[in-house]
Design a binder for this molecule. Structure first.
Ligand code: GLC
Length: 559
């Protein structure tokens, strides 16, 4: 890809707005693993409230909470049974309100996760659908179809679930006979809604209002590319090497269908009725940056996760290209680019950036995986990568624990694993448990300070004592201190609202740019390079005199 400096400038021209979400650093809380006030081994909302001071000191602008609504937890809460309540394992609606008020008091905005593609099979609507007859309005809220074959014994098409196995499950009708099939892109406990049904659309507009009325600042929209399926549900065989959430295929009949844009326009209108720049962020895995940018046109969503950036290998040319293309494509539609390196679905970047084998999205790594990462190299690269990311104009997402430099937990025992991916593939794919292990807050506390009882829904590795928050907080060389310095400097220099200008005097293996008064240089090559003149504000690792060693980023005040 050949991009000019003019392409990279498009971001400034097209994005004159000053809404908070254009520049915010948003910290993802995975509630079950953040902090556990009740002591049952699963994190909860009072646990979040108890650590808001730490998040304020870290310097983030907003938090996004993964689902905490009522759920049988078959997919860690991404299987919602009641969209308007808090699951008792996480607390109560009053706990939510208290958390929200305390966050707002500290100037921290709050985004909640919304899962519109599917519900839990325990949702009242699905239970009603099971009891109702084929063709009934109750069934029409989901995607029920007759099977193929003489007696309907074959699934309606050949689609494969993201979590492994088929995408259809056959039900038993009220009279005890084998009946229709329903579609589930994910686990069979997660039936897909039919978004062509106006009743489904009205229900979700109402759910948006329920949380907006409580004061949330926006929504992270789960599987935003899945809601609408191609007419006639045609057969489709995915590329076996592609990612299961969308991969590179241009035309997938259940991903990125044009009909979703009407839904976002409707939702945009709902949010616009409220004050305070409420925002929608799409979790959409699409083949190109340019396609993803169509989701954030001025009357649709406000942000979309930049998974193209997350998936870019540790290579200077590839990084320059994806950054340039992101600023260009999002800038063209007047949206900020977002940047992200880790979340609850991918191998943590302190491990991923040193992996030496292919690792499709969602596959995870475990004891028998090839190409295990070198942890020292992984952390060095992660620190350099984050230091690059936080200097980019736009909005950045952080995933809880990356500020402690947590690696993926590779050696989880088989019998501790809980991700449906692990079960549905009979252990062929490890899934995502390795990035979801509860956080270490104190080196000496029970469960490293996750709670007071020592319970933990996934076992924490012994090495995490050294990575605990209390060990790092006053250590000038810790990853936590690095994050705090980066965030403070980013805020002071308003880097999120800045403008990127490439510096190309460093050669192919270096990523170097200027954002306002800041010079940022990342060395991805083996040989150390000369530092630019100016005061070193932050360095992601030790410098070699006047030289920048491999896998290191430096922030320098332009002379
Ligand atoms: C999204 C979530 C993931 C979940 C899936 C199904 O990709 O991030 O954790 O399993 O949707 O809801």
């Amino acid at each position: 890809m050949a991009f000019t400096q003019e392409d990279a400038r498009a971001d400034l021209v097209a994005a004159p707005g000053s809404e908070w979400w254009r520049t915010a650093v948003i910290y993802q809380i995975y509630p079950r693993s953040f902090a556990d006030a009740s002591g049952d081994g699963l994190g909860d909302l009072p646990g979040v409230t108890a650590h808001l001071d730490d998040l304020q000191q870290l310097g983030v602008d907003a938090i996004w909470l993964s689902p905490f609504q009522t759920s049988p937890q078959k997919d860690a809460g991404y299987d919602v049974a009641d969209y308007r309540d808090v699951d008792p394992i996480f607390g109560t609606l009053a706990d939510f309100d208290a958390m929200l008020a305390d966050a707002h008091k500290r100037g921290i905005r709050v985004i909640v996760d919304l899962v519109p593609n599917h519900s839990s099979d325990q949702h009242m609507w699905f239970q009603e659908a099971l009891k109702a007859a084929p063709g009934s309005p109750e069934r029409a809220r989901y995607i029920f179809r007759d099977g193929k074959g003489e007696n309907g014994e074959l699934p309606p098409n050949n689609w494969e679930s993201v979590f492994g196995g088929g995408m259809w499950k056959r039900v038993t009708e009220a009279d005890g006979t084998p009946g229709q099939w329903y579609l589930h892109i994910f686990d069979e406990s997660q039936p897909d809604f039919d978004w062509t049904n106006p009743e489904v659309r009205a229900e979700f507009r109402d759910i948006l209002r329920f949380w907006l009325d409580r004061g949330v600042d926006g929504f992270r929209v789960d599987v935003a590319h899945g809601l609408v399926k191609a007419e006639g549900l045609p057969d489709f065989t995915p590329d076996p090497d592609g990612g299961s959430m969308g991969g590179d295929a241009e035309e997938v009949p259940y991903w990125g269908q044009p009909g979703v844009h009407d839904v976002w326009r409707e939702w945009h209108q709902v949010l616009a009725e409220y004050d305070g720049d409420r925002a929608l962020c799409a979790e959409a895995w699409l083949p190109t940056v340019a396609q993803t940018a169509l989701w954030v046109r001025p009357d649709e969503m406000h942000q979309a996760f930049n998974f193209h950036y997350l998936e870019t290998e540790w290579d200077a040319t590839a990084l320059r290209d994806v950054i340039t293309e992101s600023l260009r494509a999002y800038g063209e539609v007047g949206a900020p680019s977002t940047w992200v390196l880790s979340n609850h679905d991918v191998v943590r970047h302190a491990s991923r950036l040193a992996l030496t084998a292919e690792n499709p999205q969602g596959a995870g790594i475990g004891p028998r995986s090839p190409g295990k990462p070198d942890p020292v190299k992984g952390l060095r690269r992660a620190r350099a990568a984050t230091s690059m990311m936080l200097a980019l104009p736009g909005s950045s997402y952080l995933y809880q624990g990356e500020e402690l430099g947590l690696p993926e937990v590779i050696d989880l025992p088989d019998d501790a694993r809980q991700d449906p991916t692990w079960f549905r593939t009979n252990g062929e794919r490890y899934g995502r448990d390795g990035c979801r292990v509860p956080l270490p807050w104190t080196a000496d506390g029970p469960a490293y300070g996750f709670n007071d009882t020592g319970e933990s829904w996934l076992p924490q590795p012994a090495e995490w004592a050294e990575l605990a928050h209390d060990v790092q907080v006053d250590d000038p060389s810790s990853t936590l201190t690095l994050y705090r310095s980066l965030l403070a400097e980013r805020r002071a220099r308003t880097l999120g609202a800045g403008h990127l200008e490439w510096l190309d005097q460093y050669g192919d293996e270096v990523v170097a740019f200027r954002n306002g008064s800041l010079l940022v240089v990342t060395n991805l090559g083996d040989d150390a390079v000369e530092l630019p003149a100016g005061e070193v504000l932050v360095a992601s690792g030790p410098l070699d005199g006047e030289r920048l060693p491999t896998d290191t980023t430096v922030w320098i005040a332009a002379a």
